[in-house]
Design a protein around this ligand. Structure first.
Ligand SMILES: NC(=O)c1ccc[n+]([C@@H]2O[C@H](COP(=O)([O-])OP(=O)(O)OC[C@H]3O[C@@H](n4cnc5c(N)ncnc54)[C@H](OP(=O)(O)O)[C@@H]3O)[C@@H](O)[C@H]2O)c1
Length: 265
């Protein structure tokens, strides 16, 4: 099956192309690629991918079209994709706006971990998307990690906040943690290593069993030691509230982008 990627050399589009090729989901001659800056002689080690010059050429040669440009670049594409399966990665461009290209619309929300094949990329399918289309979406998204189908399009806005934020909040934690260490006179290198131990190493303990996080916290509290003191102080300072406010602001931004994009097109 020929898959077109619009934005094939961007952060996500490139990760998808690399994953499709390296996992053998697509042969090089099944990938139809478009970007703004032009063809590359080598695409993730492959030469015989198909580069096209514009969106019309891409649609003509593809059965599935992945749209991985930034939301502000969508309108200029003037995509016409009658009868094609369209998978949009764009935040803030809703199905009503996308459907003007006359394709069958799926919205998916990957994150930056796509580049290491570890994105969680939930998707939502609009009316007219068949079971076979859904199987295609799952197969393509498996190139960059895992997926689930969402029940409503509104949940896509929530997914832009989380998991779409990728490493943003872990990075914020790391900056705050290393900052504390440095302020206490710890060297830069050791401060960052200490933060990495907590943010990356600690998180690994939860991998595959995230729903057990409350029990893990309860166990730390049960020790009544240093970590329990830290957890209590963080809660008193509004840790959970800061996270909630951040996710609400990101979701609200996605909703406002959707409204603005609908007004423009
Ligand atoms: N990055 C994330 O973590 C993330 C998470 C969730 C959702 N998203 C969504 O995914 C989409 C892509 O994000 P990204 O971070 O991958 O963006 P990006 O790195 O800026 O890549 C954008 C791609 O679009 C191409 N492009 C721009 N205008 C074009 C045009 N008119 N015709 C053809 N190609 C064009 C660019 O070409 P050149 O390479 O030649 O410049 C580039 O390949 C966005 O809509 C974003 O909302 C991103």
């Amino acid at each position: 099956m020929r898959t077109g990627i619009i934005g094939a050399t961007g952060w996500l589009g490139s990760a998808l192309g690399a994953g499709l090729l390296s996992r053998g989901i697509s042969r090089p001659d099944e990938l139809v690629l478009l970007n703004r800056s032009g063809p590359r002689p080598d695409y993730h080690g492959y030469e015989n991918v198909i580069w096209v010059a514009n969106a019309a050429d891409l649609v003509a040669q593809s059965e599935v079209v992945v749209v991985s440009v930034r939301p502000e670049d969508w309108a200029a594409l003037k995509l016409k994709a009658d009868g094609r399966l369209i998978i949009s990665f764009m935040a803030g461009i809703d199905a009503r706006t996308l459907s003007r290209c006359r394709g069958r619309i799926v919205r998916a929300m990957p994150n930056a971990a796509a580049e290491i094949g570890a994105s969680y990329s939930p998707f939502w399918a609009a009316e007219g998307v068949s079971e076979a289309d859904r199987a295609t979406v799952r197969r393509l998204l498996s190139a960059i990690g895992t997926t689930d189908e969402l029940e409503t399009e509104a949940q896509i806005d929530l997914m832009t906040a989380l998991p779409g934020s990728g490493a943003a909040y872990p990075a914020m934690m790391a900056v705050a943690m290393a900052g504390f260490m440095r302020a206490q006179g710890v060297s830069d290198v050791i401060a960052w290593r200490a933060a990495e131990a907590a943010v990356v190493g600690g998180a690994r303990l939860l991998e595959g069993r995230m729903a057990e996080a409350p029990e893990l916290l309860a166990a730390y509290r049960g020790y009544r030691g240093t970590t329990a003191a830290g957890i209590e102080a963080a809660e008193a300072a509004g840790f959970a509230k800061a996270v909630t406010v951040a996710l609400a602001a990101a979701t609200d931004k996605a909703r406002r982008m959707t409204i603005d994009a609908g007004d423009q097109v």
